[in-house]
Design a protein around this ligand. Structure first.
Ligand code: E4P
Length: 220
């Protein structure tokens, strides 16, 4: 399973990359706005900076909601670097745009996916990645992880090669469950990735090893 970091913050991307386990980055307009990035030139420059930091796939989301606009924006984004993936919303013109980019050989990530039916459409349109939003489904008291399970089952039965990118991941449990249910990729904040490190027995075990080592050294 690949690990993508879900942020437009360059420091967090650098920190995640330094761990040696980072396979890519996802962003969205809200994450770009959070970093204070706005205006075409600044957005393009920021994506270039991210692509220079990370060799893996970097999802860059279009703002347009009509086919022509998405194609124009996506083509400009794709020119930034070889590792740019065009992120397209799950809307009717988005399906057309996904098919267009598939035919051009430009990788895509279909975003804002909340049902198995939408995931089937994304795969039919040749999306490279499909992004079901686990956390946002849980937020409305539905079962986000069940959607990963359903999509994984459908894609396996049908032989679709679109990769399942579990998005809107909020914690370590989400990451583990997404792995169990067959996600190809998880994208999450660095904090969720780092939460996988935590176990009280690791902390107490390490403290004991170090204390025993010190006691032996003090005796010698
Ligand atoms: C990533 O591609 C998504 O845009 C992101 O995971 C959404 O996460 P959120 O629901 O925490 O905003």
């Amino acid at each position: 399973m690949k690990f993508f970091v879900d942020t437009a913050n360059l420091e967090q991307i650098k920190e995640a990359h330094a761990l040696g386990i980072l396979d890519g980055v996802t962003t969205n307009p809200s994450l770009m706005a959070k970093e204070g990035i706005s205006g075409t030139e600044a957005v393009m420059k920021h994506y270039k900076a991210i692509c220079d930091l990370v060799p893996g796939d970097v999802s860059a989301e279009v703002i347009s909601t009509d086919f022509e606009g998405m194609v124009k924006e996506g083509e400009a984004l794709a020119k930034i670097a070889d590792n740019i993936v065009i992120k397209i919303p799950m809307i009717k013109d988005g399906i057309k745009a996904l098919s267009y980019f598939r035919d051009k050989g430009i990788p895509t990530n279909c975003t804002l996916v909340f049902s198995a039916g939408q995931a089937i459409l994304a795969a039919k349109a040749g999306a490279t990645y499909v992004s079901p939003f686990i956390g946002r489904i849980d937020d409305i008291s539905w079962d986000g992880m069940q959607l990963i399970h359903d999509i994984a089952e459908i894609y396996a039965v049908q032989g679709f090669d679109t990769e399942i990118l579990a998005a809107s991941i909020r914690n370590g449990k989400h990451i583990v469950e997404a792995a169990k249910h067959g996600a190809d990729v998880v994208t999450c904040p660095l904090s969720a990735m780092l939460s996988l490190l935590k176990h009280p027995l690791t902390d107490s075990g390490l403290a004991k090893f170090l204390a025993d080592h010190k006691a032996a050294a003090d005796k010698a």
